[in-house]
Design a protein around this ligand. Structure first.
Ligand code: BES
Ligand code: ZN
Length: 587
């Protein structure tokens, strides 16, 4: 039983969908006709997940079908009950999405880099595909699809699929796509805007607005060699091309591993190639997540923990062990901070997540990422890298284009690498909260340098600009992360200066820095925080700042009005998450 979906797998599964989508920027809706094919003929009822879908017609083999939205829930949406199927293996639905569709963000021209064309993008993970089309919105059902997408002339449609044609009409352009590899619903993705495309290599390229494409091409020039490196670790890349799409800054995530086309925050473009570990992460998902998929969101660590593990392995080859060690110490500290916030004995710190949570977005903390990665490292240490690498390739080949639970994974692990269970307390890692005491602790020379500076600061000795000038990005992040909760206003200004934060324009640094400033009562920071919240939707950066504002006495009164002012500029997922923080803080 999966609490995040109304799907009843005993009724049958969707196998393929042919979409015909018309994108309407004036009503901010998609008008869709979708023809569904089923794995096997279905008799009687079929339940589908939906969210505020305006269904106009349902037909099967030229019969009209009756339907009813017969259950509803704030989180899950409405259960669409299709009735009277007579051993039908296909049916067609005609419908319109809601202006409140949770997966979709419709942007005004002013919210884009170019400022002249509107923009639309989707974000379906975890359970928002149902707001775009009725479906079995669970990662355990996979389907192939085709799509014809009609957009106003002058705009370009991009999908996480293969483009098969472009046809100019009068006032409209029709883009055709096909996705021949079966995907779970959360990997359906669409974007429409003034998009240009540039090739990076034979299998890699970039989509972006013309205003940002040159910067993106430079920043992500290494994608082709990353892809080749990833294949060495994970096996052949089975999705054809690997392109990235640069979205406007309100995109709620750093990246989203939509197949063939990673969706990316523009905050990844630093002008230094300093944040391309994000690409490594999303690219690794092409195997760990997209090819081998968590069967339910309770098994989310199978996607994110495995991907984080693969990311560290690829980063080690590309950037060296010193850098991966630094990442690991930094990540361990973040992991512990977040675990302490949710409670060290909370079930949200288990790798197998609680079975009673229906809001899959509630699982989106960094815990499954880093605890999952550290667990897999323990497995690697137990059997040695050579054997573990052989295991990885076997795992990918055995479960490709399938979804599996944690339990199925453990069964496979036991069969392939039984010694892991002698040396690692697997049960504790997976099913118990917190972090096991018995584990390898990450160590890093580059981190120790930062630690020394932090210790000196505690003694009243401030670092000089020369000391921090050549620091690696993750050393600066570690420094900001390691500062005491509250410092003096003068020191806030001093660190702003010696770290040259404004010049770096790196939003991850801003996020940490603003949190320290807010907690330290540095009220003059407010305009910068306001500007940040007006544009940046990346939740990893924005939500901690919102939380900090609810916690400091002086900023509490500012956050609700600020939120009300910026909410229309953000994706519904971000708005919901901000709202949740304010509610918890009683604001
Ligand atoms: N798949 C996730 C994003 C996601 C998770 C969307 C859960 C919806 C629900 C993506 O691969 C991811 O992890 N992005 C991170 C970046 C990563 C480097 C940690 C992000 O958005 O910050
Ligand atoms: Zn991820």
């Amino acid at each position: 039983m999966d609490p995040t979906t109304y799907t009843d797998l005993t009724q049958g599964k969707i196998k393929h969908i042919d979409f015909r989508i018309s994108v309407n920027f004036s009503t901010r809706t998609l008008e869709i006709e979708a023809r569904y094919q089923l794995q096997e003929p279905v008799q009687g009822s079929l339940y589908l997940d939906s969210f505020k879908i305006d269904l106009k017609e349902a037909r099967a083999n030229s019969r009209e079908l009756e339907w009813e939205f017969d259950a509803q829930d704030d989180v899950l949406g409405e259960r669409l009950h299709l009735k009277g199927l007579e051993n039908d293996s296909s049916f067609t639905l005609t419908f319109q999405t809601s202006i409140e569709a949770r997966a979709l963000q419709w942007l005004n021209a002013s919210q884009t880099a170019g400022g002249n064309y509107p923009f639309l993008f989707s974000q379906c993970q975890a359970i928002h595909a149902r707001s775009v089309f009725p479906c079995q919105d669970t990662p355990s059902v996979r389907f192939t699809y085709s799509a014809e997408v009609e957009v106003p002339q002058g705009l370009v449609a991009a999908m996480a699929a293969e483009q098969t044609g472009v046809q100019a009409g009068s006032g409209q352009t029709l883009f055709s796509f096909k996705m021949p590899q079966p995907i779970p619903s959360y990997l359906f993705a669409l974007a429409v805007g003034n998009l240009a495309f540039r090739e990076l290599g034979p299998r890699t390229g970039v989509y972006a607005e013309p205003e940002t494409i040159a910067a993106a091409v430079w920043e992500f020039a290494e994608n082709e060699s990353k892809l080749n490196e990833a294949e060495k670790l994970l096996g052949p890349y089975l999705w054809g091309r690997y392109d990235v799409l640069i979205l406007p800054p309100s995109f709620p995530y750093g990246g989203m591993e939509n197949p063939r086309l990673t969706f990316l925050t523009p905050t990844a473009i630093l002008g230094t190639r300093g944040h391309t570990s994000l690409i490594t992460h999303e690219l690794a998902h092409a195997w760990t997540g997209n090819l081998v998929t968590n069967a339910t969101w309770q098994d989310f660590w199978l996607n994110e923990g495995w991907t984080t593990y693969a990311e560290t392995r690829i980063t080690e080859v590309l950037e060296g062990k010193e850098v991966t060690d630094l990442h690991e110490v930094y990540d361990e500290k973040r992991l512990i901070t977040v675990m302490e916030r949710v409670g060290m004995d909370s079930s949200y710190t288990c790798l197998k997540l609680p079975a009673d949570e229906k809001d899959a977005d509630a699982f989106t903390t960094i815990i499954p990422y880093y605890k999952g990665c550290f667990f897999l490292q323990e497995c690697e240490y137990a059997v040695g890298r050579a054997r573990f690498d052989a295991f990885i390739q076997k795992y990918m080949a055995r479960f490709q284009f399938q979804s599996l639970t944690t339990e199925a994974f453990l069964e496979f692990l036991k069969a392939e690498l039984p010694e892991v269970f002698e040396k690692v307390n697997v049960q504790q890692w997976i099913y118990e909260p917190g972090l096991p005491d018995e584990r390898h602790r990450p160590k890093s020379r580059l981190y120790d340098e930062v630690k020394q500076v932090l210790d000196d600061y505690q003694q009243g000795i401030k670092p000089t600009q020369e000391q921090v000038q050549s620091w690696h990005r993750y050393q600066i992040l570690s420094f900001l992360q390691g500062l005491p909760g509250k410092i003096t206003v003068e020191d806030c200004q001093y660190f702003d200066g010696i770290l040259e934060l404004k010049k770096r324009n790196d939003l991850a640094l801003f996020s940490y820095f603003y949190i320290t400033c807010i907690a330290s009562g540095y009220q003059a920071i407010l305009p910068r925080v306001e500007q940040f919240m007006e544009t940046i939707g990346r939740m990893l950066y924005v939500l901690p700042v919102v939380r900090a504002m609810t916690e400091a006495e002086w900023s509490r009164e500012h956050i609700r009005p600020l939120f009300e002012r910026v909410r229309d500029r953000h994706h519904q997922i971000t708005v919901r998450a901000m709202e949740e923080i304010l509610k918890k803080a009683g604001l």
